[in-house]
Design a binder for this molecule. Sequence first.
Ligand SMILES: *Cc1c(COP(=O)(O)O)cnc(C)c1O
Length: 414
Amino acid sequence: MATIAQSAHVVGPKTQAVVDTFARYVVPNYRRFPVCLERGSGSRVWDAEGTEYLDLFPGWGCNLLGHCPEPVVRAVQEQVAKLVHVPNTWYIEQQGEWARLLSERSFGGQAFFCNSGTEANEAAIKLVRLRTNGQRYKIITFTGGFHGRTMGSVSATAQPKYHEGLGPMLPGFQYAPHGDLEAVARLIDDRTGGILVEPILGEGGVVPAPAGFLQGLRRLADEHDLVLVFDEVQCGCGRTGRWFGYQHFDVVPDAITLAKSLCAGVAGGAILATTDLARHLRPGMHAATFGGNPVAAAAGIAAIRMIEEQGLLDHVERVAGVFRDRLTALQASCDAVRDVRVLGMMVGVDLDFEGAAVVQACLDRRLLVNCTQGHVIRLLPAMTLSEAEAHEGCDRLAAAILECAEASRQSVPA
Ligand SMILES: *Cc1c(COP(=O)(O)O)cnc(C)c1O
């Protein structure tokens, strides 16, 4: 990419050697920056050359508590020395305890554990179908949503770019415009079994559900006996300052899917479903070999305890205030910033030009951020980010945006 060639970022010899190994041996399905990360602590990471970065997008939203949070590291270290894995033919205390903690912080249902977000959504799809023995197999999802990459979840994802070259998709998914209750009502027929939606679109650009939308879906689901599933893979687990994203919207779903943040960086996923719905996932109908394993459970439990012991749900509100103040001030001084959306540690800065240059300009300033939808700078900072670090990040981000906005103005013919 031209922007990388022009950037101030210098690729050191250790990093170059790793890049070369990848070029030969690793499937090239990711667009990677030529940065090789070696260790991290909190919201800081260091690359193979020893350069320090401030990470406002740690682990693509997985490292909810920053890099290597001490209580989680300790819990995992203790657990791997006792039991790493046992199959779900046996009981382990940790899985039950983990399910209890999640249930008590949501709507009192039951947990099925898996390893990723896409798997959690596959479980949701099966659950919707199993409830009516496949009679009502259709599921309504929304434009701008993202549900994962396996064939069921990618079929549930309405954005066409994720379908390219993969057809035919799994039958039964119908896409409604995000926020459009009338369109949903029109799509419902006697084969419709469920609705799947992100309370806050993540990959879709950090977009909270419009006022009344989720309650409207709840009403439609009740009227037509549909299962209402919220995909909380990105917004769940405390990130927004409440345990789950839906808790901002005065609505209760029948199921939520979780992953990314769930184990504070260790791989883990889950679906939480009401007890009445969960009973349809009978023995033999679904499984995940690694699901709910002792290491993931230890990490998941430690993450919940750390959030509570350190008062991080309240802390998130304060740090979100810093982002809100600083970025709305930037918006006021820079026409190229169209919108600023902050929900706890989910931050979107909507630009009127391509955001890739901003990501690069941030990297040049030793700041890690993400761009989604081509023009939304997305931050998913750790809940442990300090207010001072938020200011530091906003300083660098604002400088990068102003620089790129200026450059994009000059490249537009008058
Ligand atoms: C990332 C994401 C997924 C997919 O999770 P994987 O762990 O990558 O399979 C699903 N839904 C949402 C909302 C996500 O952000």
